[in-house]
Design a protein around this ligand. Structure first.
Ligand SMILES: Cc1cc2nc3c(=O)[nH]c(=O)nc-3n(C[C@H](O)[C@H](O)[C@H](O)COP(=O)(O)O)c2cc1C
Length: 418
C-alpha cells in the first residue's frame, strides 16, 4: 500500500518526508518536482516568506542513479528562514518566555491544538499546522505524477474564483467547472500565463485589484480551485467497501489540505438541483467490438467488461458529458476526473479584527498577528493537484500491483488484453 508521512515545522530546519511502497525503476525528474515546488510558492497575494525560500528537493534515500530503487524514498526540503528563528526554534535552547503565544487565532489550529496537547505556547501548534507542510505534499504528488506519466496519465489544476471574482459553483453554478477542460491547450496557456492560475485573462486585473484591496484592509481572501486528471483507466477504486471508493479517498486527500472546506466531484453540489435525466452521463461506444477489436473478438468477452476498448480512445466507450466527474460507484469510469474545492480565507489577519482570549487568563484579546499570506489560492491549487495525484497513484498501484515499473507495465497491459 502506497503511503507517506511528513515531519517538520514551519520555521524549523526543514521538512522530512518518507514515501513507502513506491515501485522500483521509475526515472525521477528532479526539475519537474522543483517546478511544482516553485509553483506552490508563487501566486499573487503570497506573503514575504516566499521571498526567503527557494524550495528544492534533496533526496536522502530510495533513488539511485536517477531511478527509484523500491526502498522507502525519503527527502528533505530546507527552510532557509530557520536562520531567522534559531533563538525560538532550537531543539534544546530554552524558549524565551516573552516569545510565547497565548492568544489563539480563530480559524487556525491554535485553540483546539493547545488544549488537546496541553501546551502553554501556541507556537508548538502553529509551527506544525502551518501550510508549510504542503511543500512535502507537493513533492509527493509530483513523484506520483512522474510515475503515472508512464501510463499516459496527466494532471492539471486551476483557480476558478478568488473572493467571489470568477466562476461560481453550487446554487450559483454556471456549469463552468465541469465543462472546463483544463487540458485544452488555450485554457492551459491562460492558466500558465496567469499569476492567479486562473483560466480567465479578462478577470486577471479585477481579481488582483480585489486582492490588493483586501490586503490594504489587513484582511484575507479564499477561493475556488479545480483539479483534473485524464487518462485514468476504467476501474480504479471499488464499489465493494466504503473505504475502497476512489471518490472517498480523493475527498480525504483534498479535505486534509489546510483551509480546504469542501470537495466536490464533477457536478457536486449542483447535482442536488438537477433531474436524473439532466445529471447522468449517457454511455456511447465508438465502434463495434466484432469488427474493430480483433483481440476481443477472439476472446469473445462481453462488451460491458471489455477494458480493451478504453485503451484506444478511437474505439472506446465514451460520454458526451462528464457531470459524474469521471467517477461512478467509487470507481474511475475512464472520463476526466474533476475535483472542485473551496478554500476559506487565511485565518491570520494583518489587522486585529477577530476577538479571542488569553488561554491562561481568560482575558479578552485580539487575535495575534504574524507574517502571513493574504491569498494563497493559486498555491493551494498546486497542492490540490498533488493530493489528487497521490490518490490516483494509490489506487493505480492497488489495481496493477507489482514492485517495479516493468512488472506494473505488464499487469497494466494484461488488463487491456482480456
Ligand atoms: C498554500 C497555503 C498557504 C497558507 N498560508 C497561510 C498563511 O500564511 N497564514 C495562515 O494563517 N494560514 C495559511 N493557510 C491556511 C492555514 O494553514 C489553515 O487555515 C490552518 O492550518 C487551519 O486549518 P483548517 O483551515 O483546515 O481548519 C494556508 C493554506 C494553504 C493551503
Amino acid at each position: 500500500m502506497l503511503r507517506f508521512l511528513t515531519a517538520g515545522e514551519s520555521h524549523g530546519k526543514g521538512l522530512v518526508t518518507i514515501i513507502d511502497n513506491f515501485p522500483a525503476g521509475v526515472k525521477i525528474d528532479e526539475d519537474f518536482i522543483n517546478e511544482k515546488l516553485r509553483l506552490r510558492q508563487s501566486g499573487y497575494g503570497r506573503g514575504a516568506r516566499q521571498k526567503i525560500e527557494t524550495d528544492k528537493i534533496e533526496f536522502l534515500s530510495g533513488v539511485r542513479g536517477g531511478l527509484t530503487t523500491g526502498s522507502p524514498i525519503s527527502f528533505f526540503i530546507k527552510n532557509k528562514d530557520y536562520e531567522n528563528w534559531r533563538d525560538r526554534m532550537d531543539a534544546f535552547k530554552p524558549v524565551p518566555e516573552e516569545s510565547k503565544i497565548h492568544t489563539p487565532r480563530p480559524g487556525h489550529a491554535d485553540f483546539a491544538g493547545s488544549i488537546k496537547f496541553g501546551l502553554d505556547d501556541i507556537r508548538n501548534v502553529l509551527e506544525r499546522s502551518s501550510a508549510r507542510e504542503t511543500a512535502s505534499r507537493v513533492a509527493v504528488g509530483a513523484i506520483c505524477q512522474i510515475f503515472l506519466k508512464n501510463f499516459g496519465i496527466e494532471f492539471s489544476s486551476a483557480v476558478l474564483n478568488i473572493g467571489g471574482v470568477g466562476a461560481k459553483i453550487g446554487s450559483e453554478f454556471n456549469s463552468e467547472p465541469i465543462n472546463l477542460n483544463l487540458f485544452n491547450p488555450s485554457i492551459r496557456k491562460n492558466i500558465e500565463n496567469s499569476e492567479l492560475r486562473m483560466p480567465y485573462p479578462e478577470l486577471e486585473e479585477k481579481t488582483k485589484a480585489y486582492i490588493d484591496n483586501i490586503k490594504a484592509e489587513g484582511d484575507t481572501a479564499g477561493g475556488l480551485i479545480t483539479a483534473q486528471v485524464k487518462g485514468v483507466p476504467v476501474g480504479l477504486g471499488s464499489f465493494t467497501q466504503w473505504d475502497e471508493k476512489l471518490d472517498a479517498h480523493i475527498s480525504m486527500s483534498v479535505m486534509s489540505i489546510q483551509a480546504i472546506k469542501s470537495v466536490e466531484i464533477g457536478a457536486g453540489v449542483k447535482s442536488a438541483y438537477l433531474k436524473g435525466s439532466e445529471c447522468h452521463d449517457s454511455i456511447y461506444c465508438r465502434g463495434n467490438r466484432d469488427n474493430e477489436n480483433t483481440d476481443n473478438k477472439e476472446q469473445g468477452n462481453p462488451i460491458s467488461n471489455d477494458a480493451a476498448l478504453f485503451k484506444d480512445s478511437n474505439s472506446g466507450f465514451f460520454r458526451k458529458t462528464d457531470k459524474a466527474g469521471g467517477i461512478e460507484g467509487g470507481m474511475s469510469n475512464g472520463e476526466i476526473i474533476s475535483v472542485t474545492c473551496a478554500m476559506k480565507p487565511i485565518p491570520t489577519l494583518m489587522k486585529p479584527y477577530l476577538d479571542t482570549v488569553d488561554l491562561n487568563t481568560c482575558e479578552p484579546k485580539k487575535a495575534f498577528l504574524e507574517r502571513s499570506d493574504v491569498c494563497a489560492v493559486p498555491a493551494a491549487s498546486i497542492v490540490v493537484e498533488s493530493a489528487l495525484a497521490f490518490s490516483i497513484c494509490y489506487f493505480f498501484l492497488k489495481k496493477f500491483g507489482g514492485d517495479g515499473l516493468a512488472e506494473i507495465k505488464r499487469n497494466y497491459d494484461g488488463y487491456f488484453k482480456k
